[in-house]
Design a protein around this ligand. Structure first.
Ligand code: FES
Length: 117
């Protein structure tokens, strides 16, 4: 994927993020950079701020490694919290019941567009 200057909107070709894969992205909101990621979950595309609700670290210790081995869950690499891709809800770990911060995702033809709400 081509690197883009961060703005309030980010997009990519839908085919660039096949099912059970992710992509990192960077947006700007009110002059502040927001690091985030897109996940192509079983029921569609979702995007979340790349910040674990436990202690605020990025979820991916290794860049763009967000998913469990079977691709069914988002895993925080710091302390192992597990999140449901469809909702961002923490299903287990030190922040159980908390949630990732969602971003707005829309399809625009063959592109996936992510915006800060
Ligand atoms: S920082 Fe994510 S589980 Fe602790």
């Amino acid at each position: 994927m081509r690197a883009m200057t961060p703005s309030a909107e980010w997009s990519c070709a839908a085919s660039d993020v096949p099912p059970d894969t992710t992509a990192t992205l960077r947006l700007v909101r009110d002059g502040r950079v927001v690091d985030a990621f897109l996940v192509h979950a079983r029921d569609g595309y979702r995007a979340y701020v790349n910040r674990c609700p436990h202690v605020g670290t990025p979820l991916d210790l290794f860049p763009n490694e967000f998913l469990s081995d079977d691709g069914r869950e988002i895993v925080c690499s710091t302390h192992g919290a597990i999140f449901e891709p469809a909702t961002g809800r923490c299903l287990g770990g030190p922040c159980a019941g908390d949630r990732l911060t969602p971003l707005t995702v829309q399809r625009d033809g063959d592109r996936v567009v992510v915006r800060v709400p």
